[in-house]
Design a protein around this ligand. Structure first.
Ligand code: ADP
Ligand code: ZN
Ligand code: ZN
Length: 677
């Protein structure tokens, strides 16, 4: 009887395609093996065999598999199960998941050239395998740490997920190390996830000194050859017992996964934005652990509202750590009202007198300073330069985006456009403007005040390569610079001994991004930045310059009051129908013809409203409304948390199919972003 294989092809189309298996390949084509298959008129792709069966497909001519590339499967049963979940939950085809899951070389139809390439693979890999070191970076836990460790182990008896809420420098990493040791001694594997930017040499070396060559590192900045080598090693009989990796390492094969640690669990960068699958690595990791019978530990100084909520309601275990290792105090936070200082003409450029004085003091004592500029994203919003007023959408509780061309304010959630007010409705100032300061400007002004001080900037321009980023960190920690000026990049788990002053230049910029999470994010960032001051030696000082000195969020940061922040934000989320009370799904529509895009987006909106009513918002132009000559429109769906995700997805796919049936829909692409960040 003729045998057929359903093959996943790395294309954003259907889940799989059916091919016939030529008799010569019958014994080799197995689930999980890579095969070369013809596609379209003249193309061929490397696909993954998903199922082998004898059901002859009807209605088209079945093509044959050209070649089988593997003797042993490269995708395990467990991985398939995980891929399937990703594809379902994030509403994308398996081909997209395959694309994200496999390093490029495993998808290439021609095997990598031998000789020269092979050498570079070997050396590349060697640089990432260190010999097991002795002495070693393993510390005994102090009492609060030991208590937390015990509490985590205890909570794992009844809960699959536990949240470790420990302030900066409370010694969470040390606790992870002990948990990892424990898991490895039981023959279990551990996956330790970090956000891209936090996976630095500092943390790698710290873990390396304890776990030596039992640990593999998986980083997207590594060459594809290294990633293939790690992937293959995980398939082998001697896999790494510990993998330290970024979000894509959830796709590695594991045999005995026992523990997943998601460090900095609140980090937005765990969410993959583009391309599909637009998965959240923290949530995916929890599912992976669940499927493997493993436990998950979420660690952070500032939990995401979602995770804290689940801990709050008892779904997750909760363990907190409220003292810093060695009892050194949290920094003193001094709020400076730059709105008032501006009125009184006391600002020295972008610096308040307090900040200038504090920097001067630090420098005299041979201490270092970090200056933080709260800039993220490219959204244009307007702000009254005098009083800090920012226009917001009354329906969506997010700030409005300014469109220069049309001179309108637009809400990127509901699509509503507004006229610009002739003057600030709050203070009457006639001019609202879109200003932002850059790190260069800060550096120039610093040199004017402190000509002797040495400075280094850390932003996407100066630290766009990993090496450059690491170099800045190393140089600064060796005190080759007095002052580090940086954006969000300086907030990520860096541990500098000699920093006594942290200056936050514009605490509110982020507060006004057109995003319902902006308050929560501001809290995360400010609390993390503040945590950089005064580690180890003495109590640090944070000078927090803001135009919203009386806002709740600033008060919560100053008092290190996570719970009040949580309560306030949860109330807003409830009121405006946002997560964690509602699930959001962004629906994107792309087409290369402008008016067709507009028309189809409205038709899609109508179809969606027939089913989902006023849970549908939009269509609207997303921040980036034209991508590779395609026009993009966005619709948003707000779904009650209790609604079945499967039901919603199948309704969406039905609607999509109805739209695509129309001849006018030819060439349109529709895709989803589930739980957008
Ligand atoms: P967190 O991850 O909570 O920010 P870390 O684990 O990085 O905190 O700990 C902060 C500092 O204290 C680190 O330099 C770490 O080496 C040190 N430290 C933490 N716990 C211990 C311990 N039990 N023994 C010795 N040093 C420790
Ligand atoms: Zn709106
Ligand atoms: Zn004003």
């Amino acid at each position: 009887m003729m045998r057929y294989a359903d093959v996943i092809v790395p294309l954003p189309l259907h889940d799989s395609y059916t091919y016939s298996i030529p008799s010569a390949l019958e014994s080799s084509v197995r689930k999980g093996c890579r095969v070369l298959v013809p596609f379209g008129k003249s193309k061929s792709y490397v696909g993954i065999v998903h199922t082998v069966h004898t059901k002859e497909p009807q209605g088209y001519e079945v093509k044959a598999i050209k070649e089988c590339l593997d003797t042993f499967p490269v995708v395990t049963e467990a991985q398939f199960r995980f891929w399937q979940w990703i594809a379902q939950y994030y509403a994308c085809p398996l081909g997209d998941v395959m694309n994200a899951a496999l390093p490029a070389r495993l998808k290439a139809d021609k095997p990598a050239k031998p000789s020269s390439k092979k050498n570079s693979v070997a050396t590349d890999l060697d640089t990432h395998i260190y010999k097991e070191s002795t002495g070693c970076g393993f510390h005994a836990l102090n009492k609060p740490q030991q208590q937390a460790f015990d509490a985590i182990r205890q909570s794992f008896i009844t809960k699959n997920v536990t949240l470790l809420h420990g302030i900066t420098s409370s010694g969470k990493t040390e606790i992870y190390i002990h948990l990892i040791r424990q898991a490895l001694s039981e023959g279990k594997q551990v996956l330790y996830l970090l956000p891209e930017i936090a996976l630095t040499t500092q943390i790698t070396e710290r873990l390396r000194s304890v776990f030596g060559d039992q640990m593999g590192v998986f980083h997207s900045k590594f060459s594809d050859a290294v990633r293939v080598a790690v992937y293959r090693k995980q398939l082998s009989d001697e896999p790494y017992q510990l993998v330290l990796g970024v979000r894509s390492s959830v796709f590695l094969p594991f045999r005995q996964l026992g523990l997943v640690i998601v460090d900095e669990e609140h980090e937005v960068s765990y969410k993959q934005q583009d391309p599909a699958p637009r998965y959240h690595a923290r949530n995916a990791a929890i599912m992976l652990a669940h499927q493997c019978g493993a436990k998950t530990l979420l660690g952070t100084a500032t939990p995401s509202l979602e995770s804290f909520q689940l801990a709050h309601t008892g779904r997750y275990g909760y363990v907190s750590l409220t003292t810093r290792y060695l009892d050194c105090q949290l920094p003193k936070i001094e709020v400076v009202d730059i709105k008032r200082l501006k009125f009184q003409k006391q600002m020295k450029g972008i610096f308040s007198p307090v900040l200038i004085e504090s920097i001067g003091n630090a420098l005299t004592h041979g201490e270092q300073v970090i200056l933080f500029l709260n800039r993220r994203g490219y959204a244009n919003f307007l702000m009254c330069q005098t009083c800090g007023w920012v226009p917001r959408c009354p329906h969506c509780d997010v700030s409005l985006t300014y469109h220069k061309k049309t001179n309108r304010l637009v809400c990127h959630y509901c699509g509503q456009a507004y006229m610009l007010p002739p003057s600030c409705p709050s203070c009457g100032e006639p001019r609202l403007s879109d200003v932002g300061i850059g790190t260069e400007k800060v550096e120039q002004q610093i040199h004017r005040h402190f000509p002797e001080a040495t400075t280094v900037r850390m932003d996407i321009d100066t630290a766009h390569t990993r090496a450059a980023y690491e170099q800045i960190i190393t140089d600064f920690s060796h005190h080759q610079y007095d002052i580090l000026i940086g954006t969000q990049m300086v907030t990520k788990g860096l541990d500098f001994d000699n920093v006594s002053v942290v200056g936050i230049l514009d605490a509110d910029t982020m507060l006004h991004l057109p995003d319902f999470r902006s308050a929560e994010r501001t809290y995360h960032v400010l609390a993390q930045v503040a945590g950089r001051a005064g580690r180890r030696n003495h109590r640090g000082l944070v000078v927090l310059q803001t135009r919203s000195a009386d806002s709740d969020i600033i008060a919560h940061v100053v008092h290190n009051d996570y719970e009040s922040m949580f309560r306030t934000q949860m109330e807003e989320r409830r009121q405006f129908h946002y997560p964690p009370f509602y699930r959001l799904i962004n629906i994107y529509l792309r087409h290369n013809d402008y008016s067709r895009t507009e028309q189809l987006a409205h038709e899609l909106g109508d179809l969606l409203r027939q089913t989902f009513g006023d849970r549908v918002l939009g269509p609207d132009r997303p921040a980036v409304a034209r991508v590779r000559s395609m026009y993009v429109r966005k619709l948003m769906l707000k779904i009650e948390k209790q609604a079945s995700a499967n039901k919603v997805r199948s309704l969406l796919f039905d609607i999509q199919a109805r739209l695509l049936q129309q001849p006018s829909a030819h060439g349109v692409q529709i895709y989803y972003d589930v739980d957008p960040m």
